[in-house]
Structure formats: C-alpha cells, structure tokens
Design a protein. Structure first.
Length: 410
C-alpha cells in the first residue's frame, strides 16, 4: 500500500463547491434579519453599484487597544446608492413547507426602466406590460379588489416584502434595464407593514433611511470572473518539478485505481470567479449625500471632514477608473468588496448582534484621498492642480472658444 512522505493540508475549501458560474448577476439574499415587532417598520436591504476604492486617514478610538489614539491609513470602497423606487408589495403566508406568496400588488405607475426587466427584447416588444393592470387603480371595481387584497394581506400574511428597482438613469452606466428585487420589511405589526408599504408605493427611498453611520452590514454579490483556469491558479496546488513530462501545473495523482472514479474533493481545472458570495461585518465609515442644491448653491463637499475642510467631492481627479463620477448618495465601507467596478451589490442589515469594541467603535475620518487613481496621484482637487501646473492647453483652448462665442453674440 502506498504512503506519502510528508503530510500536508488539502488545497482549497470544499465549503464553496461547486465552483461554477453564478446563476444570477445580482446578489441574492438567502437569509433575512430576524424580525423585531417592537422597532419601527424599516427596510432590511438596499442595492448599490461598486464605484472603486480609495484610502482614508482616521484616529482609532478603541478603549484598551494598543493602537488606540493613533492615526491609521485604511483602504475603503465607495458604493454608489441612488434612491430605490417602490413598485410593489408581496405578502407571504407560513406553510409546513416554508413561505408561500399569497398576494402581489403592483403600483399604478411603473417606469420604463423597470418594465425593461420583464422583457427579453424591449426594442421589438409592444411595451404593453402592466397596461391593463394599472386600470385597477382607476375604476371602482378595481379599487374594491385592491382594498380586498390589502385586507387579506393584513389578515393572513406573516411576512411582507416590497418590490423595489434601481434608477439607472442616475448612474454613469450604459445599461438602461433596472435591477428589480424584493426586500423584506421588519419591525411593527403586519398591518403596520402593509400600511407603510402602501404609503411608499411609487416613492423613492434613500439609503439614509436604511443604514446608519458606524453600522456593520453584509455585502452580497458576484465575484470578478476569471474564466477557465488550471489547478495551480484555481486551487493553489503545488507545482510539479521542472522536468515533469507533459507539463508541471497539474495534480500528479487524482486518486487510487479503486474506487474507479475521481472524487469530488480532488482539485480539477475549470471555471474560476463569477461566484456568488456573501461577506459579513463590513463597517460603514460614511454615508455621503450626493451633489445637491442648498440655498440656490450646488453643494458637493461630501469628501471633506472636520479636519480637512477642502471643498471636494468623493470622485477622484479624472473619475473612478472604469466607472466615472459619483453624483448620488454613496456608502463608504472599510476594506474591499467582491466584484468588478459597475457591479450591482446587495447591501443587507447584519444578522448578528454586535458587541465587540471594533464593531461598536465610533469612526471619525480625518482625511479622504481624492487624488487621481490613474497612476500616482498628486493633487486633491482641480484648483490645487491648476494653481501648481498653471493653465494647460485645454484651458487656453476653452478660453479661446468662449471669447469667440462672445464676439459672435455681439
């Protein structure tokens, strides 16, 4: 009987099998936070789009820790979160085999970007989705039926979820089809949840109403796809000696003669990346407001802090690589998250009760870096770059055109 000279732990975790492409592009919530009727009605998840990464400087306030009262530079991820629009309500009853949807009610007006998700080919379609359904909200017979459905939800349902969609027109992306998702409502009684959802139909919900500063949340999404990969890259197995026949990035023995099958636990080549993953305990460092008007002035200082009062937005010079500018509300999370830029991510409230000092620590940012992410950034704002570099050719050309336009108008 054969034996091995040295013992070693296996390569790769079997808990993440099968390593195949995810069936859905948007992160799917498989577990929702436990409902607490004593709290007010609230959403338990939100949708955002990964813009990119930067770094921040902050002072650590963690009692008893050696690093307390020291400054630390940390990597952060910016996730753009434009308001979601509520377009429907779903009520579920409990059965011995799990939840069963009892009633689904849609809003009277549904935007085209939401309707696109119900079609395979929007361009060739007649675009008639919900044309008949919306008439329910207009005639007396339809209103009676809707009221009956709302009462049935209040009487029989145990779980209430709202159907929401993102607003693609607010994002710097080519995609026009909105991402649609069901989000569970927690807090309050079932009747209060139904009334809350009814009131919010066709209205926008901001990320500020769902998450809070310093909260620990979970991020659900699909990782960056790598395509077909061999065992060395996919499972990090050891390379064979240099003179090995027919290649060395292989597994030498894939099993015994009997049983005459290859075990599922043996490392094999195949798909790498584009896997569905859930990362828990991501701390919110900042929930920033988008560019907005206040007293007739444009406010875009969402990257300034109490220590750094520079008037600058979170978008770095030249924009986030492969994404563009962030003009809407955003969430700043500590560390990295799965997926490539522009990837849609599901942000969910944590399932756990957090008691650790790290989780409960109040975060106060001293500085947020907004230098260019194309190469080695040097300037934090356009004004700083202009003051140092002087007027560039593009500025002179722009000024020349403006002068010509003024002359033509005269």
């Amino acid at each position: 009987m054969s034996h091995r000279k040295f013992s070693a732990p296996r390569h790769g975790h079997l808990g993440f099998l099968p390593h195949k492409r995810s069936r859905y592009h948007r992160g799917k919530v498989r577990s929702w936070p436990r409902d607490d009727p004593t709290k007010p009605v609230h959403l338990t998840a939100f949708l955002g789009y990964k813009a990119g990464m930067t770094h921040i400087l902050r002072e650590i306030h963690r009692t008893g820790a050696k690093v307390s009262k020291r400054e630390e530079v940390e990597a952060v991820t910016i996730i753009e979160t434009p308001p979601l629009v509520v377009v429907g309500i779903v009520g579920y009853t409990e059965t011995p085999r799990g939840l069963r949807p009892l009633k689904t009610i849609f809003a009277e007006h549904i935007s085209d970007e939401c309707k696109r998700s119900f079609y395979r080919n929007w361009h060739k379609s007649k675009k008639k989705a919900f044309a008949k359904y919306c008439k329910k909200w207009q005639d007396q017979e339809g209103k009676k039926q809707l009221e009956k459905d709302f009462q049935a939800m209040k009487k029989y349902c145990k779980v209430i979820r709202v159907i929401v969609h993102t607003q693609m027109k607010l994002l710097p992306l080519r995609q026009k089809k909105a991402h649609v998702m069901e989000v569970q409502l927690n807090g309050g009684t079932v009747a209060e949840k139904v009334d809350w959802a009814h009131e919010k139909l066709e209205k926008q919900l901001s990320v500020h109403t769902v998450f809070a500063q310093d909260e620990m949340i979970d991020v659900i999404g699909v990782t960056k796809g790598k395509g077909m990969k061999g065992v060395t890259s996919r499972w990090h197995t050891k390379k064979l000696p240099r003179k090995t026949h027919k290649g060395l990035r292989k597994v030498a023995c894939i099993g015994a003669w009997h049983p005459a099958r290859v075990a599922y636990s043996v490392a094999r080549a195949g798909q790498t990346g584009y896997h569905h993953r859930t990362e828990i305990n991501k701390k919110i460092y900042r929930i920033g407001r988008g560019i907005h008007m206040k007293d007739g002035k444009i406010v875009k200082n969402n990257a300034s802090t109490s220590y750094d009062l520079t008037d600058k937005s979170i978008t770095p010079l030249g924009g986030f690589p492969h994404y563009g500018t962030v003009n809407n509300d955003f969430i700043m999370l500590k560390g990295c998250v799965m997926g490539t830029e522009k990837r849609v991510l599901t942000l969910r409230k944590s399932l756990l009760v957090h008691t650790s000092r790290k989780a409960l620590e109040a975060v106060e940012l001293k500085f947020i870096d907004t230098t260019s992410k194309f190469g080695y950034g040097r300037f934090q704002t356009d004004q700083e770059k202009r003051a140092f570099m002087g007027p560039q050719k593009k500025h002179l050309v722009k000024g020349k055109y403006e002068v010509q336009e003024d002359i033509q108008m005269i």
